[in-house]
Ligand binder design. Structure first.
Ligand SMILES: Nc1ncnc2c1ncn2[C@@H]1O[C@H](COP(=O)(O)OP(=O)(O)OP(=O)(O)O)[C@@H](O)[C@H]1O
Ligand SMILES: [Mg+2]
Length: 325
């Protein structure tokens, strides 16, 4: 077995708020093998971006971050602010939902593509880095890359900007690329193109990929493994195809049904399926299973937090249904 590129045990993130301590992530374990592609899915507020930002060392200063261990490659304490800073933009690169967060309106695309490479190639000539940047821009599907290098971000469409950001990320040859909702801000056609690019690049570059999304569909296209999050906890993980075919956790089942049902609902004009109830307030989490309040399979045992039941072949879920009574 290869040793994981990233291995985190028992990650907890909390914020002090007026209403008390808001526990955003609780007991998260995460392992990503070199070159693997992992998807993180869950409804809004489940803590997906918090997990991604924790890995990048980009959570706000008042975040209380604790893990039993967090190893990235040669960094035994990957979440310390100093190590996270060293990893970010080097071994770990990122693509956010809004490409403008990574682009400076005052600089040309070419300058962005050159500057991002500086840390990795401090002694290289600018012309060399420019040429590399131009080749990468062409590689991510920007036509007339030579001309476009001299243009500014506002002269690009949203989809083109996202390609630029992907090019920037790949130019640093990261070992892990984190993409947080990389296509949410794009329309459907452009979304499909960006997904295709990420898909192609996966086989070409050896980086591991962590894709954050609301959508099982997007994750099924890009990832081998899926992690389903609910209210700051991992409720199910496994190979994407297996989880899609046979989700075990009631929340994973409901989330999948929400995604699949709307298509048939449009045809039959039935109301869209939603999961009744809301995610618990992070400052007032239930003592037992976090999903119990909304769960159709709720049982007396659910007042006690369920164990994470490993089922072999990389599958596991956190529910009393997996434990014989
Ligand atoms: N600085 C903060 N202080 C207190 N709570 C916060 C802070 N930042 C985020 N949260 C809370 O953390 C929870 C998780 O947020 P997060 O952005 O990680 O969710 P998400 O799964 O990425 O959602 P989305 O799909 O909408 O992007 C939310 O309840 C949010 O209100
Ligand atoms: Mg988010």
């Amino acid at each position: 077995m290869t040793s994981p590129l990233l291995s985190i045990r028992n990650l907890n993130v909390a914020y002090p708020t007026r209403g008390g301590i808001a526990r955003i992530l609780t007991g998260v374990d995460l392992a990503i093998e070199p070159g693997a592609s992992v998807g993180l899915v869950g409804e809004s507020g489940s803590g997906k971006s918090t997990l991604a930002l924790a890995l990048l060392g980009l959570l706000p200063g008042d975040a209380d971050i604790h893990a039993d261990s967090a190893v990235f490659d040669d960094f035994p304490d990957a979440l310390s602010p100093e190590n996270a800073r060293r990893l970010r933009g080097g071994d770990i690169a990122m693509v956010f939902q809004d490409p403008m967060t990574a682009l400076n309106p005052l600089f040309t695309i070419g300058t962005h593509l050159v500057d991002i490479q500086r840390r990795k190639f401090p002694k290289a000539r600018r012309a060399e880095l420019w040429a590399r940047g131009e080749r990468m821009l062409a590689r991510v599907g920007v036509s007339d890359a030579g001309q476009r290098m001299r243009r500014y971000p506002h002269e690009f469409s949203g989809g083109m900007r996202q390609r630029v950001v992907i090019a920037m990320a790949l130019l640093v040859k990261p070992k892990l690329l984190i993409a947080d909702e990389p296509t949410t801000a794009l329309d459907a056609t452009i979304e499909a193109q960006v997904v295709d690019i990420l898909h192609d690049l996966r086989s070409e570059f050896s980086a591991a990929l962590l894709v954050v999304s609301h959508s099982f569909g997007l994750i099924a296209e890009l990832c081998d493994t899926v992690i389903v999050m609910y209210a700051g906890t991992i409720v199910e993980t496994g190979p994407v195809a297996d989880v899609l075919r046979d989700p075990r956790h009631p929340y994973a089942k409901a989330l999948l049904a929400c995604e699949i049902e709307p298509l048939s609902a449009i045809e039959s004009a039935e109301p869209l399926v939603t999961i009744p109830g809301t995610v618990p307030d992070p400052a007032n989490r239930p003592d037992g299973c976090v999903f119990a309040e909304r769960c159709p399979s709720r049982h007396d045992r659910c007042v006690v937090p369920p164990p994470f039941v490993s089922q072999g072949a990389g599958r596991g879920f956190s529910c009393w249904l997996g434990v014989s009574p």
